[in-house]
Design a protein around this ligand. Structure first.
Ligand code: SAH
Length: 469
């Protein structure tokens, strides 16, 4: 924690609460001070880094007193790594602040005071809950303050891990990540060791050169494992020896794939992913349904909680069996296929063509005949002619990205007036904004938050809206 003499320091600031986006805050004469790496009950000296008319932002330069509610983080990388920032908060408090975030957003942004609020559904797994992680190779490892201050020559600069928040070219070398079950850690450590032993170059994230680029590990609850290695050079000999090493060291990998990526960005969406060994997909199961997951397919990253989220969605919709349902922002059609047997017909719409292909395949694999899927931007697809062609929906499920729903989609909802809207959201702020735009025509009936991401401030929330008559 470096002090800058020219910036003011507030002494003995008590951290009072956690507000939107997981920001901890205290108050000085009614001016809010946002302070990362602090939790309610901490008393800290804060150096102010930014002043605005109605709030300030600072960093902790001294912990005068630690909050009595603090727990010891399990991870060695806590405080440096961008993930799992709430490890020092007990899990019940994490749930409390997530619920609060949902309530506050609905009240302050949405001006919504009605609706039955159900307690947040906790995650059974507090750690090791993710089914997908992506690691980056870098020739510029993030150095600790001790390493820098030691003044010693540092010759192991290679890292395989996660980006340091806000610094695109710095990667934290990860020794153990508590987010994904084994063999995720073993695969990452073994691959790094192999690449170093072979003398392979790690990616220079500024110059975009280097052989080893990314590692993606995806797992299913049924024990299938997909590994995708991204290489920055098309050197077939070294690619083969790397993949052969992984195959022999980890025979449990069911899908071993690779990509040659010589582009500036890391995304593999616009590149051919090649199969080296096994199948070109893994299969997740849920309530007897099978979901085929290819290397580019989206699947909710916490499978157990995804199941609970979909159950909540189905329960709130309370299908009688004769409904026409639109599942907007359907992704790979998981919700649509999950509810298909409970309604007359379901129509999924999604921007990404490949996801719609997966959605069709998933319907076919599960012998679902009453689900149809269409690719396109919802704001262009969900219009009067679409509704005339496919039938007026009785229920619309919305599951948009963080930005929420486009205004045109709100207008289409207000023109179509389905009896129920089930709004699944990963961002309570945009959800509250969207609901307020519907509020004159829809009553908020039920609110059910779900915790998909323990140790982070992220919260998923499902709201049932019913048309006012
Ligand atoms: N309901 C799905 C996925 C939700 S994620 C599930 O549970 O698996 C949100 C989805 O919205 C993503 O698949 C994203 O590609 C899609 N999306 C984002 N903007 C969109 C738009 N304007 N029109 C259609 N789909 C969009």
């Amino acid at each position: 924690m470096s002090r800058n003499k020219n910036l003011p320091i507030i002494q003995s600031l008590e951290i009072l609460e956690i507000a939107a986006e997981g920001n901890a805050l205290g108050k000085v004469n009614d001016i809010v001070v946002f302070v990362p790496h602090a939790i309610p009950g901490d008393i800290v000296d804060v150096q102010i880094k930014r002043k605005r008319s109605n709030y300030m932002e600072g960093i902790v330069v001294r912990y005068e007193k630690l909050s009595p509610i603090r727990v010891v983080p399990v991870c060695n990388h806590f405080g440096v790594c961008g993930g799992c920032k709430w490890q020092d908060l007990p899990y019940e408090k994490q749930l409390f602040f997530k619920e609060k975030q949902v309530r506050d957003s609905l009240q302050r942004i949405g001006k919504i005071t009605e609706g039955e609020f159900f307690s947040i559904i906790p995650s059974d797994n507090k750690y090791f809950y993710r089914n997908k992680l992506e690691f980056t190779f870098s020739s510029s490892r993030w150095l600790t303050e001790q390493e820098i201050q030691s003044g010693q020559e540092i010759d192991d600069r290679q890292a395989l891990g996660f980006h340091i928040p806000g610094l695109f070219d710095k990667v934290l070398d990860i020794e153990q990540c508590h987010l994904q079950a084994e063999p995720s850690n073993s695969i990452r450590l073994a691959l790094k060791e192999f690449a170093l032993a072979q003398g392979f170059s790690f990616c220079d994230l500024r110059l975009h050169i280097g052989f080893m680029r990314n590692l993606i590990v995806r797992t299913t609850s049924t024990g299938e494992i997909m590994v995708i290695v991204s290489f920055g050079e098309d050197n077939q000999g070294d690619i083969e020896s790397t993949l052969r090493f992984l195959q022999s060291r980890f025979p449990e990998i069911t899908s071993l794939m690779y990509v040659v990526n010589t582009k500036v960005n890391d995304t593999i969406f616009d590149l051919p992913v090649k199969l080296f060994y096994g199948r070109d997909h893994i299969i997740e199961t849920m309530e007897g349904l099978k979901f085929k997951i290819g290397p580019k397919s989206f699947y909710q990253t916490n499978s157990d909680q995804a199941y609970k989220l979909y159950c909540v969605t189905k329960e709130l919709a309370d299908f009688k069996g004769n409904e026409i349902v639109y599942d907007l922002y359907t992704g790979t059609g998981t919700i649509a296929n999950f509810i298909a047997r409970s309604c007359k017909k379901v129509i999924g719409v999604e921007l990404i063509k490949e996801a719609i292909k997966d959605a069709h395949e998933n319907a076919a694999v599960n012998n679902i005949g009453n689900a149809q899927f269409f690719a396109g931007d919802i704001k262009d697809v969900f219009k009067e002619d679409f509704v005339i062609e496919h039938g007026r929906p009785d229920v619309v499920i919305l599951d948009p990205p963080r930005a929420g729903v486009h205004e045109n989609v709100i207008n289409s909802l207000l023109n179509t007036l389905p009896e129920k809207i089930v709004y699944v959201s990963c961002n309570p702020a945009t959800q509250a904004r969207d609901i307020s735009l519907l509020a004159h025509a829809y009553a908020v009936e039920k609110i059910q938050p779900v915790d998909m991401f323990p140790q982070t401030h992220h919260v998923e929330n499902v709201v049932l809206l019913r048309r006012r008559d």
